[in-house]
Structures are given as C-alpha cells and as structure tokens.
Ligand binder design. Sequence first.
Ligand SMILES: [Zn+2]
Length: 117
Amino acid sequence: MTTDTPAPTGARPLDEAVTTTVADLQRTRYLRRLLATREVLAKTYRERFSHELPDVLLALDALAACEDAIEREFPEVHARLYSTWCVNLGEGAHEPGEYDPACGICRARAPQHLDAA
Ligand SMILES: [Zn+2]
C-alpha cells in the first residue's frame, strides 16, 4: 500500500475540510448573534411600544435592519422564521399604564415594593 493513494472521489483534503469547518462554525456563530440581536431588538420594540415612547419607530427600524441582515445572509432561515416573527411581535406587549414584571421599562420605573412582591 502506498501513501500516494488518491483520495476517494468527493473527499476533500484535510486542510480544506478544517477550513470549511471553521468557516461553518463562524457562520453559525454569526447567525446565532444575529438571531439573539433580533430578539433583543424585538423586546426593545415591544417595551417602547407598550410605553408609547416617541422613539418606538427607531426601535422598529433597528429591528427591520436586523431582519434584513438575516434575510441577506441567511435567506433560508429568514424564510423559515419570518412569519413566526410577525405573529409573535406583539406578544409580551402590554397596555400603557399596566405593570408587567417582564418589561424592563416597567421594572426600571416601578417603586421597589412592586419588585419584592
Ligand atoms: Zn412596561
């Protein structure tokens, strides 16, 4: 048996396989960061909407820009998740004046005794 045996058809040299794996891991990490950022921006939008803050449209623009980046970089992921994002965007919002312990703005504005309950 010689060491010059050609690789089976379809097999990649080891260095290419490692490079592809690292690139895949980086791409996966990038996707996870985009999705995590999108969740933060969606929560920010819901909270600012719930409190009728004047910069709510800026939050919506930031959310749309993040979703656009996901669509551009990962169109298959965007196509799979977009309808769910649209349906869930209002989940977790509350009426103005209501207290929601899951809302960061409510918690920041609440007197201390409300958080202790
Ligand atoms: Zn709130």
